[in-house]
Design a binder for this molecule. Structure first.
Ligand SMILES: Nc1ncnc2c1ncn2[C@@H]1O[C@H](COP(=O)(O)OP(=O)(O)OP(=O)(O)O)[C@@H](O)[C@H]1O
Length: 595
């Protein structure tokens, strides 16, 4: 054996001995503090009893007084010293004994004692070194230590009956990365479901705080249940900074799994101010703006978040821009739907006509500001007139029909109340809800469903910022710790050409059949890709008499904006003319429509 091997072996022995000693010390300290917690109330009671006895018998002549004094002495004796006091007393006693006895000790004993002391000091030093290097072990917090103690079978057995849990007995509790897990043995009168119903009794027995999340599920064997106390998060210790390599939305605090939200869903992102909506949306906005077949449109009247993305996304930040972009999106959607090949349910995104994710940041503000916007429209004979426009109808139709056209609406709001923060026409269309901390259970219900509270989706109890519940029909109400993507990271992302319908190519590029309206005399071609124009033209052609523009909204089901744009295009192309009273009529006979 080489010298280094000998040294290593010694070190291992010393480390084992040190760990053993530390373990014993910890256990003894825990035992003592548990006994103290249990017995100190008895001392208080005995003191009170003695005070009463003194009042009754100030002279101390009756047995009542003597018994009370005896009981107080016994109660005090039964409370053990805390470990530090016990160790100090022992050390002091040994010191005193040594002072008296050591002068008589022979030199040989001195030498061996010195060797023992050196060995003990070395062992202690090694233990400290080993302990500091061991960062992987889980160390219980004060709360966890208390719960672990009360989950011990002995403590449970002593208190189960008085807490209405007679017939149940805990196994050995374990501390895991997601909290404390403990098996519970059930006698014939109990089931896991019944134990779940007795959650309050368990909480009382354990002295657990009300906000501590507790789960009871069926155990791995019949006759057993599993009790989980979520004292910690499975995401603890993970680096939650977003990077292109760590692209998930966040980490499930219960299972520790990466959580992602795929594109192609109508999304609601809600949470009170400062809950972390903008930060939570960034990894999603990255996905929505990345790749050749994805394009991002942001409607942000606050001009804060949208500005960060304007090198990768089309951003509308004034009411006028909002009307323009929603018109364009609606036209694009109708266009895609009108040329969708038979038998195909959804548009296939291509680099030319990509999936478009439309994000409405602070929906409540958009609904107020982009309503009644003064907008100039064609009034015939080269004149224009100003009408009041609203972006809401176009947004509603995007929410209703956009999915098939691969145009997905994401609604973000800090006021998750129907009509105030989320339009009532849009709310039912939401497929996936991401809910950060909200103010009230009522808000949580609007975002996560009427059954939210009953099923444990308690978004009003979430911590802030950056913790979310995601309801997509598959996930459980496990909180998700959201990755942090800093503004500087967004700004540094590579540029992408923002989407615009004027840059969108012709329909042929998408491999779909072409709708062409042909007129003999130029300029006779209605924009070939414009489904809204085709609808409007058809409505005018099939009407018995000239139609007023406002009636076209009802006839076609399009928004005012889309009708206005279509009429403008049709009158410019000559396919439609405006009569003196402002009604519209088709220049019929010359045109043919071919699909
Ligand atoms: N996942 C996260 N991790 C760490 N810190 C976060 C996280 N999310 C948010 N924060 C912190 O909270 C602050 C507020 O976040 P954010 O701006 O996203 O909130 P918000 O809900 O969008 O607020 P508002 O509605 O007022 O705009 C951030 O500046 C950041 O410091």
């Amino acid at each position: 054996m080489s010298q280094s091997q000998v040294w290593r072996t010694h070190r291992q022995y010393a480390a084992t001995a040190a760990r053993f000693t530390a373990d014993r010390w910890r256990k003894e300290a825990e035992r003592r503090s548990a006994l103290r917690a249990e017995r100190k109330p008895l001392v208080r009671d005995a003191r009170r009893a003695l005070a009463t006895a003194r009042a009754v018998d100030p002279e101390g002549v009756t047995s009542l007084r003597h018994r009370a004094e005896r009981e107080l002495r016994t109660a005090k004796r039964r409370v053990p010293d805390p470990m530090w006091l016990f160790a100090s007393k022992t050390a002091a006693a040994l010191g005193a004994a040594g002072y008296v006895w050591l002068p008589q000790v022979s030199v040989r004993v001195w030498v061996w004692s010195a060797v023992a002391v050196v060995a003990a000091v070395t062992a202690f030093a090694v233990w400290v070194a080993v302990r500091e290097r061991d960062t992987t072990g889980l160390k219980p917090t004060a709360e966890e230590s208390a719960l672990l103690k009360r989950l011990q079978p002995q403590h449970w057995r002593d208190h189960a009956e008085q807490r209405g849990l007679a017939g149940t007995l805990t196994g050995r509790p374990r501390l895991t990365e997601a909290g404390i897990v403990c098996a519970v043995r059930l006698d014939g009168t109990w089931t896991a479901t019944k134990l779940r119903g007795a959650e309050d009794h368990i909480r009382n027995l354990l002295g657990a705080r009300t906000s501590l999340r507790m789960q009871v599920k069926a155990g791995k064997q019949g006759g057993w249940a599993e009790l989980i106390l979520r004292t910690r998060s499975a995401a603890d210790g993970d680096d939650l900074t977003w990077t292109p390599e760590r692209r998930s939305l966040g980490i499930d605090t219960v299972t520790g799994e990466q959580v992602t939200v795929p594109l192609g869903e109508r999304l609601l992102i809600a949470g009170r101010s400062g809950a972390g909506k903008s930060v939570a949306s960034r990894p999603l906005l990255y996905d929505a703006s990345e790749g050749a077949t994805n394009a991002l449109v942001i409607i942000d009247l606050k001009r804060v978040e949208g500005r960060l993305w304007d090198h990768r996304a089309r951003v509308a930040s004034t009411p006028h821009e909002v009307i323009d972009v929603t018109d364009e999106l609606e036209t694009e959607m109708l266009d895609r739907l009108s040329i969708l090949p038979k038998g195909q349910d959804t548009w296939t995104p291509t680099p030319d006509r990509p999936r478009i994710t439309v994000v409405v940041d602070e929906g409540a503000e958009v609904m107020t500001a982009a309503d009644g916007v003064p907008y100039e429209v064609e009034a015939g004979e080269g004149k224009t007139r100003t009408v009041k426009r609203s972006a809401l109808p176009a947004l509603e139709s995007l929410a209703r029909m956009g999915r098939a056209a691969c145009i997905d609406l994401w609604w973000m709001t800090q006021k998750p109340t129907i009509n105030d923060g989320i339009p009532k026409q849009i709310a039912p269309q939401i497929g996936v809800s991401i809910c950060l901390a909200v103010r009230t259970p009522a808000e949580a219900r609007v975002v996560l469903g009427e059954d939210a509270q009953a099923k444990g989706w308690n978004a009003d109890e979430l911590p802030v910022p950056g913790v979310a519940l995601i309801r997509d029909g598959k996930r459980k109400p496990d909180p998700v710790k959201v990755r942090y993507m800093d503004k500087s990271v967004v700004i540094a992302l590579p540029d992408r050409t923002p989407w615009s319908r004027s840059t969108a190519p012709t329909v042929e590029a998408a491999g779909a059949p072409t709708l062409t309206l042909v007129k003999d005399t130029a300029p006779a071609t209605v924009p070939a890709t414009d489904g809204a124009a085709a609808r409007v033209l058809k409505a005018i052609e099939t009407a018995d008499e000239p139609v007023r523009q406002k009636d076209l909204v009802t006839l076609t089901g399009l928004s005012k904006g889309a009708v206005s744009k279509a009429v403008k295009a049709l009158t410019a192309s000559g396919a439609v003319v405006r009569t003196r009273d402002g009604s519209l009529t088709a220049t019929r006979g010359d045109e043919s429509a071919a699909a």
